[in-house]
Unconditional design. Structure first.
Length: 166
């Protein structure tokens, strides 16, 4: 009896599949596929018109803002090459968590004490704090290397003050 029921259901399913295929568009998104494609075209056109609607003055202001931010990041204060290569892409050149006016994925480090930073680095390396990127960056570093990073980041406010005076 079970075999008869399964056989009948199989025939029904195959029949429905054949019916759908014979109506066409079954494997190309059907008629709804065209609607979705049209919506995508309209959305991309809307984005380009919004960008084009900016006045020349707004475009110049945007360029000027970008240049100011770049100049501020470059001229703020010196950081080590190790910090630049391991930390700045997520936390910013000066530890602000912002670069070129955009918030980065890493949090703000500027203003935190060296001891807090060191404890966090130890926790990331050991896995007590979960972050695969941080763990991957820190896994081969020694305790001394972590202390050097923490001390450097802890000095950022002092370095910034000295850079302002000069």
């Amino acid at each position: 009896m079970k075999n008869i029921i399964v056989g009948i259901l199989t025939l029904i399913i195959i029949g429905l599949m054949a019916f759908t295929a014979s109506n066409g568009h079954a494997y190309h998104g059907g008629e709804a596929g065209h609607i979705i494609a049209d919506m995508g075209d309209k959305m991309s056109n809307a984005k380009t018109t919004k960008i084009d609607e900016k006045s020349d003055r707004e475009k110049e202001d945007d360029k000027l803002t970008t240049l100011r931010e770049k100049a501020g990041n470059v001229g703020a204060f010196e950081v080590s090459n190790a910090y630049k290569s391991k930390c700045s892409s997520c936390h910013g050149v000066n530890g602000s968590g912002v670069q070129n006016g955009k918030k980065l994925m890493g949090p703000k480090l500027f203003g935190q004490s060296a001891d807090v930073i060191y404890k966090d680095l130890i926790d990331f390396k050991s896995g007590r704090k979960e972050n695969m990127i941080m763990k991957g960056l820190l896994i081969k570093l020694s305790q001394e290397d972590l202390r050097i990073f923490a001390d450097e980041i802890g000095e950022f406010p002092t370095r910034a003050e000295e850079a302002k005076k000069n």
